[in-house]
Design a protein around this ligand. Structure first.
Ligand code: PEP
Ligand code: MG
Length: 597
């Protein structure tokens, strides 16, 4: 038995046989061809590309019907690569000038582009390299005349029994081929929380552990493993005790989730009558169904940049309006908070013009990028205002550091309304406007900002990063991610006080909202709304329904007297253990799931 620690990409437990994805990598043999054969090689190249296109289109169809059209967009990027001028020009030049066979010319052309992308060293480009490699192998298989069909041409064998999919890395189209059938979970050597496989695992509700640094790629089909997606743990060849324990935890988890499903239509109201709104964070349209199934009362954070990334282009005003309207309608009258594009930082996108910088998180991101690209910003606002005729929508601006930025953003909104009125387009011109509070300066001038906007949403991911000066993407300083650090508790406390004094509400949309152990702290701090991924919502709601707000406030009062995050963590752990014991003794509260996260 061997245990490995990776990155927790999707919660849940699984025990089962491995289905190892080991693709045969095709390395074409370079062959010199006589001059007269050049046209034939060009024709072979065209045919291989056409065959690969047909294959990808089939996959897109399949993915659309299984997961929804939006997920399928990921694969559309691969179609674009096959039509990319860079790929065509480089391949044709190599065939003509070096007089080599089409497959080796194509492989070299793609390899050159991939190494240029790799030099850029950022995640978006690395994802692209994945796509490029995927496409390259697909085309090379077409040269070899492999057929089109279920799993064919992908070099993938589908699992024939319920299995845990193990791979060094999975490409977007691999995940499309695998679909949902017989998939118990995923383990992967590469990738982070934002990798496609993590997103797919969350959307189909299976556990995933990524970043396993070699442990996943070494697994063999049929080998038994146990997986804890919440803790990022993989146990290879588990002994009987571990297997029994993981199976038990999987059942406990399932039963707890089934029990929690009963909470869907109940409000997050404490026994002493305090009400908190429970909203969902959404990146992709497909997540709406899940959010509603878990009882989301609205979308508290729609990360619109992911919609742009998904489409691999800047959608027009009409396209955005259509996409947003669909999501607003999908929420059936519940509010949707559109966060205007938050690119920059780790969310680089070449076609949007956000470039890699020395200090990207301190650079051209969020509202700075939007105000420097006003036409893009205004177009997005116009689309939201038009979509808002189908249901309540709000606008939220990212990375605000001061009142001037807020005023300028509001000015853009006013211009958007004026344009829409002049163009005679149906829209709403009264969208509530709020800001993400995620920079220390926004905290320090929360009173000034609260006087000029309609709501706050605390982005704890960035607030912790900026307050504690720890890069949120750097594993070496990740120990500093401490939501209970006195500086963070004080920042949140101060922000909520300022907002309430000004008569506006405050939400939370950072990941700290999904930590069950923190639910009572959030209640005691006084959040009016908590927005989180749908899967985690019921557990947090349950804690709120069990906890008197007066008690939660006392807990926070005590935590605020402590001097370090360690002291606060220890105190909270003891407090939760004591509460759990009390509840276990109380027949009304059997089946507690508190503190598991
Ligand atoms: C945050 O910073 O907490 C947040 C919710 O925004 P993002 O994670 O998209 O930066
Ligand atoms: Mg943020």
């Amino acid at each position: 038995m061997k245990k490995h620690q990776g990155i927790d990409a999707s919660v849940g437990f699984a025990v089962g046989p491995v289905h190892a994805i080991q693709r045969r990598t095709i390395v074409p043999v370079r062959r010199q061809v006589p001059n007269r054969e050049v046209p034939r090689q060009i024709e072979r190249f065209r045919q291989a590309i056409d065959a690969a296109k047909v294959e990808i289109s089939h996959l897109i169809e399949r993915l659309s019907s299984e997961l929804g059209p939006e997920e399928a967009e990921i694969l559309s990027a691969q179609l674009l690569i096959l039509e990319d001028e860079m790929v065509w020009d480089a391949t044709l030049a190599l065939i003509r000038l070096e007089r080599i066979n089409a497959e080796s010319a194509f492989a070299r052309a793609v390899g050159d582009i991939a190494s240029r992308f790799l030099e850029m060293e950022d995640e978006v480009f690395r994802e692209r390299v994945n796509d490029l490699h995927d496409v390259e192998q697909r085309v090379l298989r077409s040269f070899e005349g492999e057929g089109v069909g279920e799993g064919a041409g992908s070099g993938l064998e589908l699992p024939s029994q319920p299995s845990i999919i193990a791979a060094r890395n999975l490409t977007p189209s691999d995940t499309a081929v695998l679909g949902r059938d017989n998939v118990l979970g995923f383990v992967m050597d590469e990738g982070g929380n934002t990798s496609h496989v993590a997103i797919l695992a969350r959307s189909i509700g299976v556990p995933a552990v990524v970043g396993l640094k070699g442990a996943a790629g070494r697994l063999k089909t049929g080998q038994k493993v146990a997986l804890d997606g919440a803790k990022g743990r993989l146990v290879v060849d588990p002994d009987e005790d571990v297997e029994r324990e993981y199976k038990r935890l999987a059942v406990v988890d399932r039963v707890a989730n089934e029990k929690l499903a009963g909470l869907r239509d109940l409000p997050a109201r404490t026994p002493d009558g305090h009400r908190v709104r429970m909203y969902a964070n959404v990146e992709f349209p497909l997540e709406i169904e899940e959010a509603l199934a878990r009882g989301a009362e609205g979308i508290g954070l729609l990360r619109t940049e992911y919609l742009f990334f998904m489409l691999h282009t800047i959608p027009s005003e009409d396209e955005q309006t259509e996409l947003y309207a669909k999501m607003v309608k999908g929420m059936g009258g519940r509010p949707v908070i559109f966060r205007t594009l938050d690119v920059g930082g780790d969310k680089i996108s070449d076609y949007l013009g956000a470039k890699r910088e020395y200090n990207p998180f301190l650079g051209w991101r969020g509202i700075r990028f939007l105000l420097a690209n006003r036409p893009l910003f205004k177009t997005q606002v116009k689309a939201v205002a038009r979509a808002a005729v189908h249901g309540p929508c709000k606008l939220m601006f990212p990375m605000i550091t001061g009142v001037q930025e807020l005023r300028e953003a509001k000015q853009v909104v006013a211009e958007a309304y004026a344009d829409l009125a002049a163009e005679g387009k149906e829209h709403r011109a009264d969208l509530p406007m709020g800001i993400m509070v995620e920079t220390p300066s926004a905290v320090l001038e929360a009173d000034l900002l609260a006087a000029e906007c309609d709501f706050f949403s605390i982005g704890s991911n960035d607030l912790i990063q900026y307050t504690l000066a720890m890069d949120r993407g750097n594993a070496r300083v990740s120990y500093l991610y401490q939501p209970l650090h006195p500086a963070i508790l004080r920042s949140i406390h101060r922000t909520i006080d300022a907002a309430h004094e000004a008569g506006i509400w405050v939400g939370l949309c950072g990941e700290m909202g999904s930590e069950t152990r923190l639910a009572e702290v959030l209640l005691g701090l006084g959040f009016d709304e908590i927005s989180l991924h749908g899967v985690a919502l019921p557990k947090i709601k349950q804690v709120i329904r069990w906890t008197e707000v007066a008690e939660a406030r006392r807990l926070v009062d005590h935590l605020m007297t402590l001097t370090t995050a360690q002291e606060a963590n220890e105190y909270l752990a003891g407090y939760i253990a004591a509460r759990k014991a009390d509840r276990a003794a109380d027949p009304d509260h059997n089946g507690s799931t508190e503190g598991k996260n």
